[in-house]
Design a protein around this ligand. Structure first.
Ligand code: FES
Ligand SMILES: [Fe+2]
Length: 363
């Protein structure tokens, strides 16, 4: 393995790698699933899919957040879909009924069966936490708390986002392009560097001052930051008096991407999830305050230009990865320490190799 080179190309299309990723990455790490403003009242729930597992996150009567696999303990039918509010959970197949804290309450004929104990069939649960009202789940019960893993992240987020406590989730924008015909790691790689911005996103490169772009890498998270931005760019115009004049994108291993852009008092939170080895959904949404004003043309620029430019790059790279001429490439690290560097991608690949124990990988 050469730590100055990217992952070997087969990591982006080999089905065996995907199976290992599910076990070692997606079922053992913290994944973002939503904001507490989406499930404020007892019985409010949302459902989400993480690498082939369907999950329920629900607010119980005591106000706690709980997570249950969306699988009936009888014959495995899914229990809930989308989001909403329930007083109890009834399986659509044979009508087993569970309380919102996961206990089996009713199963037809169970009282006639001598050895049947309802307590043996509670819904299977997993860890749910919130950090600054952002909900994360982890399917590994022994995993350490996310706050311990991403030391310094919460402080950084609070410092850079003074409007954090006033945020509420906007409904998911169905017009936002969110599916990508590429492996999930290509989408993460692309998110983690702005080496491509000048060529691939000319309007974005005009919105921020690329000369002052900074990339900082910590053990399980990283940050890209632009302190100087242009309110009169070709991307969208924003108010020079807006309280947000800079730009910041964070990344939390393995697949959480969040950030804000100039002139908009809002935060974007997203989770880059594999649908299979070659397809990815960038599940995500905007969070705004009651005072947020979206600049004219802003959503249109994000959806139709910026996201779309990245999607077509990622889909093209997925094709290139399969060429027999290509195995991997060099990380472009600026020796002058500018932020236009692939240091965060290098750190992501190092974590990936370590997690999948690829110490013997050649190339
Ligand atoms: S599968 Fe749910 S009640 Fe039978
Ligand atoms: Fe990009």
């Amino acid at each position: 393995m050469n730590k100055n080179k990217t992952l070997l190309s087969e990591n982006y299309f080999d089905q065996n790698i995907y199976e290992k990723e599910k076990t070692n990455i997606f079922y053992r790490n913290w994944c973002y699933v939503g904001h507490t403003s989406q499930i404020e009242n007892a019985g409010d729930y949302l459902t989400t899919d993480i690498a082939d597992e369907s999950l329920i996150i629900i607010r119980t009567d005591s106000g706690e957040l709980k997570g249950f696999y969306n699988v009936c303990r009888h014959r495995a039918h899914p229990l809930l879909s989308d989001n909403g509010n329930v007083r109890s959970i009834t399986c659509p197949y044979h009508a087993w009924n569970y309380s919102i804290d996961g206990k089996l309450k009713h199963a037809k004929n169970a009282d006639k069966m001598k050895d049947f104990k309802k307590s043996d069939y509670c819904l299977s649960s997993f860890q749910v936490i919130d950090i600054c009202n952002f909900i994360f789940v982890n399917l590994d019960d022994s995993a350490e708390h996310l706050s311990e893993q991403v030391e310094g992240f919460e402080e950084d987020l609070k410092e850079k986002v003074p409007f954090l406590d006033r945020l509420r989730a906007l409904p998911v924008d169905k017009k936002r392009p969110s599916t990508v015909k590429a492996n999930w790691k290509i989408v993460v790689d692309n998110y983690l560097e702005c080496y491509h911005c000048t060529k691939a996103h000319p309007a974005f490169a005009n919105l921020i001052d690329m000369k002052h772009y900074q990339t900082d890498v910590y053990s399980f998270w990283s940050r890209q930051y632009a302190p100087i931005t242009n309110p009169d760019s070709n991307a969208y115009k924003f108010d020079k008096k807006s309280p947000v004049q800079d730009m910041c994108f964070w990344f939390i291993w393995p697949n959480t991407a969040l950030g804000y852009v100039p002139g908009v008092e809002a935060l974007f939170f997203s989770s880059i999830r594999p649908d299979d080895i070659g397809n990815t959904t960038r599940f995500g949404h905007w969070l705004v305050t009651d005072d947020t004003v979206l600049p004219d043309g802003f959503i249109d620029y994000m959806n139709r230009v910026l996201f779309t430019e990245d999607i077509s790059i990622c889909e093209a790279v997925q094709k290139g990865m399969k060429s027999k001429s290509y195995r991997n490439g060099p990380f472009m690290i600026d020796p002058d320490h500018s932020g236009i560097s692939e240091t965060a991608v290098q750190s992501f690949h190092a974590l990936f190799r370590k997690t999948l124990s690829m110490d013997s990988e050649s190339g």
